[in-house]
Ligand binder design. Structure first.
Ligand code: IMP
Ligand code: MG
Length: 182
């Protein structure tokens, strides 16, 4: 496996820049097959911003015509698995009634974040609320949700890069990896 060293920390590459680029194009084709109507793309900040930026440009290549608005959510993990709750730090300003909405997130883990956002948009009258995630940690689910579109299954490691952070660091890495000597 490839590894790089940053500031004394060894980062093992899990998904390379090329692997991600190829998969992102495939995801855009998959979304296009659904023929979304009046598509609104909603990246969930912060972790999804690089994935969303690449996926949006792949949407252009797939001849989709999305609008974009942003939501920032914080999910609080508490001691029992079922008690986490989600807070809206920044809401979209777009009326979703009758529209197809695609929520984008970096990782689907417990599922609480995306389940909350999806329920919210459905309650506001979205025609369809779909979800796209770069990574899925299927063994960690607490909420009843699966991604409509997913890039890769992710091993049960804390991953960084391609928008994802560990204590605010590593978002700038062009690949997804994990810190081997944290
Ligand atoms: P959940 O599905 O509600 O548990 O939340 C998933 C969110 O937790 C993701 O959007 C990430 O922000 C964060 N997260 C989960 N696993 C990781 C990881 O391995 N690295 C970085 N962030 C993670
Ligand atoms: Mg996140």
């Amino acid at each position: 496996m490839t590894a790089i060293t940053i500031d004394g920390h060894q980062i093992e590459v899990l998904f390379s820049q090329d692997q991600i680029a190829e998969r992102v194009d495939e995801l855009a084709q998959d979304v296009a097959k659904f023929e979304p109507r009046r598509l609104l793309v909603v990246p969930i900040l912060k972790g999804s911003f690089i994935f969303a930026a690449d996926l949006l440009r792949a949407f252009h290549r797939a001849h989709l015509l999305p609008e974009v608005d942003f939501m920032m959510l914080a999910s609080y993990r508490e001691k029992t698995v079922s008690s986490g709750h989600v807070e809206v730090l920044r809401d979209i300003q777009t009326d979703v009634r009758g529209r197809d909405v695609l929520l984008i997130d970096d990782i689907l883990e417990s599922g609480r974040t995306l389940a909350y956002a999806k329920d919210l948009l459905v309650a506001r009258g979205a025609a369809r609320a779909m979800t796209a995630v770069l990574l899925d940690k299927p063994g960690k689910r607490a909420a009843d949700i699966n991604a409509d579109f997913k890039g890769f299954d992710c091993p049960d490691k804390f991953v960084v890069g391609y928008g994802m952070d560990m204590a605010h660091a590593y978002r700038e890495l062009p690949f997804v990896g994990y810190v081997a000597n944290a």
